[in-house]
Ligand binder design. Structure first.
Ligand SMILES: Cc1cc2nc3c(=O)[nH]c(=O)nc-3n(C[C@H](O)[C@H](O)[C@H](O)COP(=O)(O)OP(=O)(O)OC[C@H]3O[C@@H](n4cnc5c(N)ncnc54)[C@H](O)[C@@H]3O)c2cc1C
Length: 350
């Protein structure tokens, strides 16, 4: 385990904002887990669980407690047949390293989620997804430290209540309760995937005359599409999509269409408005607001060009939400999680 004091949260989150965390506790092995939570308890300090900080915003007040980070590494095959492979990965693995590992072996199920920044441990939290794949399609179970009972537990997919960017880990009474130690995935043991694929991915493959939809080729294509469109957190501060897309009931979808707003139908039949399209249509694409650039390639992404204060982000966010609401009547919802600052309750998680 490694314990550090007074660490700027701007160095631990990809938006590069935020004051100091009082303590940062890096967990490197299973035995560190209860020790880390007891460390916080003994000091009567709140806890925040962090991964790579790619979906987390910190405020200027920092965090007066203990930030606990899962750094436990390891990937293993649990069982394998000619059709299926069950793989367990520890939460401290970098998500994209895990994807690369699966693709190298010809396993299919996560290749379209290539290059999503962050850790394996955080992946189930908001049910990450991209280009037609998401975690709910491949996760079998997670192993977690239950901060309420101080026990290691196993939670199966059915109990995670996974939907678009929402699970029991980030929504409802158990949000923040579980420290995810490892994730078990069921992947397909196949070298060739049937098309047609997610539309923009299919378009790229068609344009490049790629007809072999192997996990390796999908990974290469997705990596190229993302490199063109999305900022690299290593060089360009952002938290990826800053707003969630908007899912609608049939009635709401009809009303929106009657107002001339474009509604997408997902492969599962669900109706959705792409919030990036609303931001574009409101004339905000490429605009610089309080030091944040609305990306001109993906309007859902806010790039921190020159801001150092959380208040700048709050102002930029308000301006975008107000403009979109005024024009279209929809209220955009922030996707990244915020680390609670002074309001954090002692002894609580998050
Ligand atoms: C450029 C860019 C592109 C992105 N593209 C996508 C995309 O295509 N699709 C997508 O879904 N997301 C995307 N994201 C968002 C982000 O990559 C994911 O949400 C990712 O899972 C965050 O991982 P992390 O380890 O950085 O999590 P963090 O930001 O550190 O944490 C996110 C949440 O998970 C919790 N958490 C972290 N680790 C654990 C753990 N071990 N146990 C329990 N809770 C934990 C935290 O408390 C927090 O609530 C993008 C982000 C960026 C910056």
């Amino acid at each position: 385990m490694i314990i550090k004091e007074n660490v700027p949260l701007s160095t631990l989150t990809t938006m590069r904002l935020g004051g100091n965390a009082r303590y940062v506790y890096e967990i490197e092995g299973l035995k560190d887990i209860p020790e880390a939570f007891n460390f916080a308890k003994n000091k009567n300090l709140p806890v925040f669980i962090l991964g790579g900080g790619a979906n987390t915003i910190a405020t200027d007040d920092g965090f007066p407690g203990v930030v606990i980070i899962n750094k436990i590494k390891g990937i293993e095959v649990i069982s394998e047949t000619s059709d299926e492979v069950v793989v367990r990965a520890f939460g401290g693995e970098v998500w994209d390293d895990f994807v690369a590992w699966t693709v190298e072996r010809g396993y299919s199920g996560v290749e379209a989620m290539s290059k999503i920044p962050g850790t394996v441990g955080a992946a189930p939290v908001q049910n990450i997804g991209a280009y037609g794949q998401d975690i709910s399609q491949v996760v079998e179970s997670i192993e977690a430290y239950d901060t309420k009972t101080s026990e290691l537990v196993v939670i199966g997919r059915e109990d995670m209540k996974m939907s678009y960017r929402s699970t029991i880990f980030n929504t409802g009474k158990d949000a923040g309760r579980y420290f995810i130690v490892a994730v078990t995935f069921v992947l397909e043991n196949e070298e060739y995937i049937e098309g047609p694929l997610y539309s923009s991915l299919q378009k790229y493959l068609d344009e490049h005359n790629i007809t072999d939809y192997s996990p390796k080729n999908i990974r290469t294509a997705v990596s190229a599409i993302r490199a063109e469109k999305l900022p690299d957190p290593a060089t360009t501060p952002s938290a990826g999509s800053f707003f969630k897309n908007i899912y609608l009931s049939e009635k709401e979808a009809e009303e929106a269409e009657n107002k001339g707003i474009k509604v997408w139908e997902k492969p599962d039949g669900k109706k959705m408005i792409n919030s990036g399209y609303l931001i574009d249509s409101a004339g905000l694409k490429g605009k610089l607001l309080h030091g944040f650039r609305v990306s001109d390639k993906a309007s859902l992404v806010l790039i921190n060009e020159s801001a150092h204060a959380y208040s700048d982000l709050a102002s930029a966010k308000k301006e975008i939400i107000d403009t979109v609401r005024e024009k279209f009547g929809f209220t955009l919802e922030q996707e990244p999680v915020e680390i609670p600052a002074k309001s954090a309750k002692k002894g609580s998680v998050k």
